[in-house]
Design a protein around this ligand. Structure first.
Ligand code: SF4
Length: 386
């Protein structure tokens, strides 16, 4: 295969096959790959290509009790484990109140597959959040949680999605995609639904009007071909539904889990993935770079390798942090990172509209309370009535 010809075609916006993507991912020079992906990004966002976005959000972990026991996960505890916990609704609402207070627009409900949590639990939680904080977008959960809650409640996937959507869920975060191809998925998450099933459920959600993002966990021992196969599986569904708003790869963190960090993705592999995703996923609007698992410098670099978004100021994050992600940031720093990477920062909504474009540094937000990994009791707030 003539790599340069394929790279030129991809940079010009031509669709490339999975085989061609694998060849580029493996063998194209890193900078050439990044330059081609950046050319695609610039054309896709012509007129706003000087902007890179971020969002202010909070992950809210409602329980760490989980029956699924994924081998890469450092967060979960088996039912009846002494370190298992569940957050009550008052606590969840307090975290939502802090999010609003700090200018956050989105919450990501994230937790284990609790043996007792069916559709009713999420209806109750989302309903209470929306009643109190209608301005918060609930961008949460994924196909795995839907499959689990439907089973607990004895209802169909369609009914589970329709009910939690009616209760307040705005979009799915696409959690649980991990690695979609069967071999690596079975190794790292043997009790999770298959990759095909994960996609089927997301396709059902898209058909019911609930859009989502898509994710990929890199570095648990999967091959390059399996990474590209993961992208192909997403692109095929996206051709039918158009419901994936973004693709977000992130890297496996090695601490406190059963895989024990025996394999990990390198930062170069991560940057190559950002670039090949921009080139291959010609039907997905946004590619998100990350500072949380790969560090701030690599996050900045990702903006030159095809990413148009640098993720979020995560007011709270416990899942990948439990597995060793040590990077921390805040709003002022995130804005600085984007600006010093040569882009104009813009706060975005969940649906990627620009809420505030920070053209002039003199007008930058100055609230230094907006920090990642905030303690839940950090702010003095009026008590929330449940
Ligand atoms: S990744 Fe999610 S489903 Fe898997 S063990 Fe952890 S909490 Fe449970």
């Amino acid at each position: 295969m003539e790599l340069q010809g394929v790279l030129d075609r991809a940079a010009d916006g031509g669709r490339i096959t999975a085989e061609e993507a694998l060849a580029l991912y493996r063998d194209a020079p890193l900078h050439a790959l990044g330059a081609a992906a950046d050319a695609v990004r610039r054309r896709r966002y012509a007129g706003t290509e000087h902007i890179a976005t971020y969002i202010i959000e909070r992950n809210i972990n409602y329980t760490n009790v989980c029956v699924t026991a994924c081998k890469f996960c450092a967060f979960y505890r088996a039912p009846k484990h002494a370190e298992g916990w569940e957050r009550d609704l008052d606590d969840i609402l307090r975290r939502c109140a802090e999010t609003v207070e700090l200018g956050g627009t989105q919450i990501m409900f994230q937790g284990g597959h609790h043996p007792d949590y069916g559709v009713e639990y999420y209806e109750r939680s989302f309903g209470a959040i929306k009643e109190r904080f209608p301005e918060l977008v609930i961008h949460s959960l994924g196909a795995s949680e839907v499959q689990h809650m439907a089973k607990v409640s004895g209802v169909s996937i369609e009914e589970a999605i329709e009910r939690i959507h009616a209760a307040g869920l705005d979009s799915f975060a696409g959690a649980g995609a991990e690695l979609l191809p069967a071999r690596p998925r079975t190794v790292i998450a043997p009790l999770k639904e298959s990759g095909e099933r994960w996609l089927e459920i997301m396709e059902t959600a898209h058909g019911l009007g609930v859009e989502s993002t898509s994710t990929m966990l890199m570095g648990t021992g999967e091959t390059n071909a399996e990474r590209i196969e993961h992208l192909r599986m997403i692109r095929d569904v996206q051709d039918r539904t158009g419901g994936f708003r973004a693709f977000i790869p992130y890297t496996y963190q090695p601490q406190n889990n059963h895989l024990k960090g025996r394999t990990q993705a390198t930062l170069f592999e991560y940057l190559r993935m950002i670039a090949i995703a921009r080139l291959f996923l010609d039907n997905v609007a946004h590619i998100q770079g990350s500072w949380l698992t790969t560090g701030k410098d690599v996050g900045q670099l990702s903006l030159h390798y095809g990413a148009d978004d640098l993720g979020s100021v995560m007011l709270e994050e416990n899942v990948v942090s439990s597995a060793g992600a040590r990077h921390r940031s805040n709003l002022l720093e995130l804005i600085h990172l984007i600006r010093s990477a040569g882009r104009v920062p813009a706060q975005r909504a969940t649906t990627y509209e620009h809420l505030a474009v920070h053209e002039d540094p003199a007008d930058d937000p100055v609230d230094d309370r907006v920090v990642s990994h905030l303690s839940s009791t950090a702010l003095e707030l009026t008590p929330v009535q449940s």
